[in-house]
Design a protein around this ligand. Structure first.
Ligand code: MG
Length: 157
């Protein structure tokens, strides 16, 4: 078994919704990003790549590549799962944490969990979604952006 961790940060910008775990959530701000700026999925992809010893998201999906402009981050997850499959690895579970003052994800937690589980081909019980504020400290606390962290466990098939 192998463990991997991932972290991602994006700044808020103009807009009226954000993507979290592949779920569109109405918000007073949008996200500044080359892709759809889904911090939860980006952290997840880095955790998966890390667990498999396959580098990081920037190497596989560079933000200089026009192919990934506005990309649905679910595509990064599926492409990464294919890499894991080629490496003979499967995902056991994923634990994701969002750091944000807003939006509060309570109402969306189960849809995010279900969607991430579906993307990973796992039962929802194998995916956990947590959220915390930073008590108004730092860039997250000033609502300048979002941070996500992910931990995954993978195992050989
Ligand atoms: Mg990112």
């Amino acid at each position: 078994m192998r463990v991997g961790s991932g972290i991602d940060v994006h700044a808020f910008g103009p807009g009226d919704c954000i993507m979290l775990g592949g779920v569109r959530i109405a918000h007073s701000r949008g996200i500044v990003a080359h892709s759809d700026g889904d911090v939860l999925l980006h952290a997840l992809v880095d955790a998966l790549l890390g667990a498999a010893g396959l580098g990081d998201i920037g190497q596989h999906f560079p933000d200089s590549d026009p192919r990934w402009k506005g990309a649905d981050s679910a595509r990064f997850v599926s492409a990464t799962l294919q890499l894991l499959e080629q490496a003979g690895q499967r995902v056991i579970n994923a634990d994701l944490t969002l750091l944000a003052e807003a939006p509060k994800i309570g109402p969306w937690r189960e849809s995010i969990r279900g969607n991430v589980a579906r993307l990973l081909g796992l039962p929802p019980a194998c995916v956990n979604i947590k959220a915390t504020t930073t008590e108004h400290l730092g860039f997250v606390g000033r609502s300048e952006g979002l941070t996500a962290m992910a931990t995954v466990l993978i195992d050989g098939r």
